[in-house]
Design a protein around this ligand. Structure first.
Ligand code: FES
Length: 576
């Protein structure tokens, strides 16, 4: 795409520094106050480095060092780097849910760009929600932006056994609850899953989202596959610093890169990766920030056409480190090239097709050929039916195949506390063919739609050798988890969706082939239950939680705030 290069007078930051009279002069003195000389910033692009490090963000441990490498690149290219810390949204620590704070970080990213003299931004994230959040914020500002993914951790290890973060921990927990391993072994195994800085090393939400923004062209090509501790990661960071300065002069904005075609590429890649179910929510939310339409039907269509060729946990057997050594994302995209829009512009100024022309696969078992896939169709299926009128999602590639067509009686938990209280009760009336239902765990209900969707198998069934059951909720599930878990049921039970009306013993039919999820209860009976239903009291009467509950959209709409997802422009601030 040919765009007019800009000149110094066009720089957004000049509205601050070149403002007539006192306001402009004051900005120079305040830069002096921070130890910057005039030569550091005068008539240079100011590059904001939005940095999601904190001591709690253990996946982003290397970000302070990477920030220095980005800054080095910015200086080399003739820009002036300014670090702008933002909420770290650590998946491991933030409660009640990181999805709730995805919107907080998205707002923060947008407003720290808007309110300060910034010409371009390097977005530093990786741990699950930080990726969509930073992209959503930058999208709403539509300035030049490049994404720097934190990189995945090294392979997990315990007594010589390779372990995946989350996935192997969940398996170890099931074995511990079933009495097959002791607590010490369980603890050692979980510790072994997190060996180094970096994001979870399976194709969980972090790896999925960083890969998808890479596909969309927002990173340097293939950056999402580089392990966090690899020296290539440090060099990629420096290159990001150099490149964002060029992007500013080229006036290559984030909205020039993300288009309907690049979003379609992301959906195709998502299927081939067997990406996290969370990606459906985040991609829809990101698309809306760009004013583009993407809905569950786009995923459903891609899922029919694209097989899973990425053999990574939880759907497969390898880890992100293996993926990098096998050729990484660029090798995978080369295999998918017949399904991709190759003319899409990317952050390095080249097309997607140009970026993958030299890509090679070094291990055909990690990145499979299209005619020898890990799973013959896309990993995710979208279900609709009387229990999910606006949709639900199932990661069929991580489910027990015999459960994909299943009818069974519901065992209902009113909320998560009820689940924890009763799931292991020996008198719970549950059988291997039962369908476990968790209510009140959606965007408003939980609140924040936590990753509770992999409901624990009742202990008495675990001891009998049961390892998977049909589980249904309006919650999400960690991308590192597995099982026949129907998620994101929409509308959620807290707003009176049909999930709220399910009672113990009701027959529920999961028909994955027919893409349906149905509550087999007479409509007159359901209407009577609907009339009698009362919403639980609200969680919040003030603060961010109150604002979130008032404005969050349902899962099929991306769970953004309606006032941020809507079209319209926010004026630039006056500098006077
Ligand atoms: Fe940070 Fe998984 S907990 S990426």
């Amino acid at each position: 795409m040919e765009k007019r290069r800009i000149v110094v007078e066009d720089l957004r930051s000049q509205r601050w520094f070149a403002a007539p009279g006192k306001p402009g002069v004051a900005k120079y003195y305040r830069m002096n106050q921070g130890g910057f000389t005039t030569e550091d910033h005068h008539r240079k692009p100011i590059i904001g480095i939005i940095q999601t490090w904190s001591d709690f963000a253990t996946c982003h441990t290397l970000f302070p060092q990477r920030t220095e490498e980005v800054k080095r690149g910015v200086w080399q290219a003739g820009g002036c780097p300014m670090v702008m810390p933002a909420m770290s949204v650590s998946e491991s620590f933030v409660k009640p849910s990181t999805l709730m704070y995805r919107n907080f970080l998205a707002m923060e990213a947008e407003e720290i760009i808007r309110s300060q003299p910034v010409d371009g931004v390097v977005l530093m994230g990786g741990c699950d929600k930080t990726t969509p959040a930073l992209v959503m914020g930058a999208a709403s500002m539509n300035i030049p932006a490049i994404y720097l993914p934190a990189g995945a951790m090294l392979r997990g290890n315990w007594h010589g056994q390779t372990l995946g973060t989350g996935s192997s921990g969940a398996q170890a927990l099931a074995d511990y609850r079933a009495g097959k391993i002791d607590e010490r072994t369980y603890r050692e195994m979980v510790a072994g899953t997190v060996r180094s800085p970096g994001t979870c090393n399976v194709m969980g939400t972090a790896s999925t989202m960083t890969a998808l923004v890479d596909v969309m062209g927002l990173t340097l090509p293939g950056a999402s596959s580089i392990p966090a501790v690899d020296n290539a990661h440090a060099r990629m960071a420096e290159h990001c610093g150099r490149r964002i300065v060029e992007m500013v002069w080229e006036n290559l904005r984030i909205g020039d890169i993300v288009t309907p075609a690049s979003l379609k590429n992301a959906v195709v890649a998502d299927m081939a990766l067997s990406g996290s179910t969370n990606s459906l929510i985040h991609l829809v939310a990101m698309a809306r920030r760009f004013g583009l339409k993407l809905d569950l039907d786009d995923f459903a269509a891609a899922s029919e056409a694209i097989p899973v060729i990425c053999n990574l946990m939880p759907a497969g057997k390898y880890l992100m480190e293996d993926f990098y050594y096998a050729g990484g994302l660029l090798a995978l995209l080369k295999k998918l090239q017949g399904h991709l829009h190759l003319t899409c512009t990317t952050a390095n100024g080249k097309s997607l097709g140009e970026n993958i022309v030299k890509a090679e696969t070094w291990n055909d078992d990690v990145i499979r050929p299209l005619d020898d896939p890990v799973y013959p169709a896309g990993g995710l299926v979208v279900l609709r039916g009387s229990l999910a009128p606006r949709g639900a999602v199932l990661k069929r590639s991580a489910a027990e195949p015999k459960l994909l067509q299943h009818t069974g009686p519901a065992v209902v938990f009113r909320n998560y506390a009820d689940l924890l209280d009763r799931v292991d009760d020996p008198v719970l009336d549950v059988k291997p063919g039962s369908v476990l239902v968790l209510q009140d765990s959606g965007p408003i209900g939980a609140p924040g739609m936590p990753e509770w969707g992999m409901l624990p198998i009742p202990k008495k069934l675990l001891k009998a050798g049961v390892r998977d059951m049909v589980r249904i909720s309006d919650a999400r599930m960690s991308g590192t988890y597995f099982g026949t878990c129907v998620l994101h049921v929409s509308p959620e039970s807290r707003v009176g969706g049909p999930l709220a009306l399910v009672r113990d013993g009701d027959p529920i039919r999961l028909d994955t082939e027919g893409r349906r999820l149905d509550l087999l209860v007479d409509e007159r009976e359901l209407e009577a239950r609907r009339q009698a239903w009362q919403a639980p009291p609200p969680h919040y009467t003030r603060g961010f939680g109150w604002m979130y509950s008032q404005h969050v959209l349902q899962a099929d709409e991306g769970c953004d705030f309606e006032f941020l997802a809507r079209p319209g422009a926010t004026p630039e601030p006056e500098v006077r």
